[in-house]
Write a new protein. Structure first.
Length: 74
């Protein structure tokens, strides 16, 4: 088993930069889950269990927009 390095720098409002061995990537954390450039991860409500998908960028943008609308227009 190799070493794994990961650090998150919070920028405010759920936005952040993830720094790892493979580089730097932006992400957005919401109440529903995390959205990043390589896909999204959705919380299930069960401790330690999440759904992760590395879908296309169009789906990522659409899902992020819908999440934004759901949680900010209530």
């Amino acid at each position: 088993m190799g070493f794994r390095f990961q650090k998150r720098i919070r920028l405010g409002g759920g936005f952040g930069l993830n720094i790892s061995k493979s580089g730097i990537s932006p992400s957005l954390r919401t109440k529903m889950g995390t959205f990043g450039k390589s896909g999204y991860s959705v919380k299930t409500g069960i401790s330690g269990v999440r759904y992760q998908n590395s879908g296309c960028l169009v789906l990522f943008i659409f899902t992020g927009f819908v999440t934004f609308l759901i949680y900010h227009l209530k």
